[in-house]
Design a protein around this ligand. Structure first.
Ligand code: ADP
Ligand code: ZN
Length: 213
């Protein structure tokens, strides 16, 4: 499958991507994870994006396209990819469209997780992330077995810098202004599948209906 995942921060794009990935061997490509790994490494790129990310602002389209133009050429993308957090602006969506045309590839759909904002806000303020492997927890609905410790890899889980209330409000504002227009962009291209939930079953049903199987 080649799918773009759309939806506000905290909608559950990462969780859905991981589930789809296990089903057909597509890779999840999360630009947020790529950038956080660069920051953790202390690379030049990481240092360049750290402040913008902590405040919940987007990094530049040029930087993201540099990363994605290379990433989509990797061998593991041949079996399909679930784009999680990319594209995030109209210029990125247009650049992706040109890139895919050049590569002779087609998206199966753009899947929008259309989740109400109050639900999102609640989820984000209670979300915790493993600093090492990226596994996501929730202090209310999915706590780790041992407080503060990742079940998967044993490293520390923490609240992300951009998950303070102030940064979350900013991320939601940035989403409304810069990313929400992509819903119309993909609707016009006939690629939009919109679901009002991030529960796996109805999401899978909508994708299957779309793919015609
Ligand atoms: P979420 O979807 O929970 O907001 P992500 O992990 O997708 O978080 O992204 C975290 C941050 O990384 C964003 O707030 C932004 O600063 C940066 N980022 C990730 N993807 C992009 C992108 N495609 N364009 C610009 N900035 C991005
Ligand atoms: Zn972990």
């Amino acid at each position: 499958m080649k799918i773009v995942l759309l939806g506000p921060p905290g909608a559950g794009k990462g969780t859905i991507a991981k589930a789809l990935m296990q089903m057909d061997g597509s890779v999840q490509i999360s630009t947020g994870d790529i950038l956080r790994a660069e920051i953790a490494e202390g690379s030049d790129l990481g240092q360049q994006v750290e402040a913008a990310m902590a405040a919940g602002n987007l990094v530049t389209d040029e930087l993201i396209m540099d990363i994605m133009e290379k990433r989509l050429l990797d061998e593991d993308c041949k079996r399909g990819y679930l784009l999680d957090g990319f594209p995030r602006t109209i210029p990125q969506a247009e650049a992706l469209k040109r890139l895919l045309a050049k590569l002779g590839e087609k998206l199966d759909c753009a899947l929008e997780l259309d989740i109400p904002r109050d639900v999102i806000f609640d989820r984000l303020t209670t979300r915790r992330t493993c600093t090492n492997c990226g596994e996501i927890y929730n202090v209310k609905s999915k706590p780790p077995r041992v407080e503060g410790v990742c079940d998967v890899c044993g490293n520390a889980i923490m609240q992300r810098d951009d998950e303070t209330e102030e940064a979350i409000e900013n991320r939601l504002r940035v989403y409304n202004e810069q990313t929400a227009p992509l819903v119309e962009f993909y609707r016009k291209d006939g690629l939009l599948v919109s679901v009002p939930t991030s529960d796996l079953e109805p999401v899978l049903a909508a994708i299957k209906e779309r793919l015609g199987n």
